[in-house]
Design a protein around this ligand. Structure first.
Ligand SMILES: Nc1ncnc2c1ncn2[C@@H]1O[C@H](COP(=O)(O)OP(=O)(O)OP(=O)(O)O)[C@@H](O)[C@H]1O
Length: 311
């Protein structure tokens, strides 16, 4: 069953200039993308910095306004809802942010941080609220006795777990995780990622997982969308993308993953050089006359790619 369907979404930021601060141009941060997330699925958006991943996530959760297109959540178009109606649906979509150092208010106690969604949506008594917060903290591996502590008293990994507890408070259906581990030490990253996988089944969650790191995306995601310049250039399962990448940009992303086996280092280096050369020489074949990327077309049932029309 489809939980979220993004249809031809565009998000443009106006660029103002001149004496009257008129709109002189637009940054086309997200430029006509479509994808869907099914119940219980993890869909990964990957691409280099500035390709529009964060803008996509923030628009779905209502922090930014769509320029055009639809965001269907359980068949309801969130872009058409009035503020109050949107607020009702919004409880089923929560977000985990990149930086656990800045996403938790340093002046608030853990109790107040994790209870925030309850205070917005439920009217629990203080005792009930405290009990539920403690239960959530316990589930994410934080001592329930910590409720009166402040964020700075925890490590990065623990803070991200507190962020996850807050996101889980209302038992959402979809969590948007925007680079959830990139601010953490590598040793802690795996713990947090595995923990996110563990709770997925228990809470029947779907994830939109945003990252610039294709290795992490592959580990976490059932299906992957490759973003470039505000467009999706390829979409498929991890298997499709890794074993049979079609788009030159996808090949370049894969070639950029550091080689792990020392004996394969030279081979990998040569491949990377070849792909980078092909990318710089032939990328314009993948754009139309106005520099736009073509629409996705099917390669197989699960795999789609934006290839030049003549190929
Ligand atoms: N408030 C804004 N005003 C104007 N342009 C913006 C604004 N926010 C983002 N952009 C531009 O929109 C494009 C997409 O940005 P976005 O942050 O969505 O990309 P991203 O893939 O998430 O990158 P990163 O991983 O660096 O956050 C970039 O070119 C960025 O410079």
């Amino acid at each position: 069953m489809t939980l979220l369907k993004v249809n031809h979404l565009k998000v443009y930021y106006p660029v103002r200039g001149g004496f009257f601060r008129r709109v002189v141009d637009y940054v086309k941060a997200v430029d006509d993308i479509s994808f869907e997330i099914r119940e219980g699925e993890t869909y990964g958006l990957v691409g280099e910095s500035g390709c529009g991943k964060t803008t996509t996530g923030r628009t779905i959760i209502g922090l930014l306004k769509a320029t055009s297109g639809e965001i269907l959540f359980n068949d309801v178009d969130l872009t058409k809802l009035k503020r109050r109606e949107f607020f009702r649906y919004r409880r089923d979509i929560q977000m985990i942010f990149q930086d656990p150092y800045s996403s938790l208010n340093p002046k608030k106690r853990i109790l107040d941080i994790v209870a925030e969604p309850f205070r917005n949506y439920e009217k629990f008594s203080p005792q009930e609220e405290k009990r539920r917060v403690q239960e959530l903290l316990e589930r994410v591996g934080i001592s329930p006795d910590s409720i009166y502590k402040y964020p700075h008293e925890f490590s990065g990994g623990q803070r991200q777990r507190i962020g996850i507890a807050r996101a889980l408070a209302l038992k959402p259906k979809l969590i948007i995780a925007d680079e959830p581990v990139s601010a953490l030490d590598v040793s802690v990253q795996a713990q947090v990622l595995n923990f996110m996988k563990d709770i997925q089944e228990e809470f029947k969650l779907s994830y939109l997982f945003i990252s610039h790191d294709l290795g992490i995306i592959r580990h976490m995601c059932d299906r992957i969308g490759i973003m470039y310049r505000g467009r999706l250039v390829e979409e498929g399962t991890g298997e499709d993308i890794y074993t049979n990448p079609q788009h030159i940009y996808t090949k370049r992303l894969i070639a950029a993953i550091p080689d792990i086996k020392p004996e394969e280092r030279d081979k990998h280096k040569a491949l990377r050089k070849e792909i980078n050369q092909e990318f710089s020489e032939h990328f314009d074949r993948y754009l139309d006359a106005e520099g736009r990327i073509f629409d996705l077309r099917p390669v197989t049932e699960t795999h789609k790619v934006a290839l030049p029309l003549e190929s």
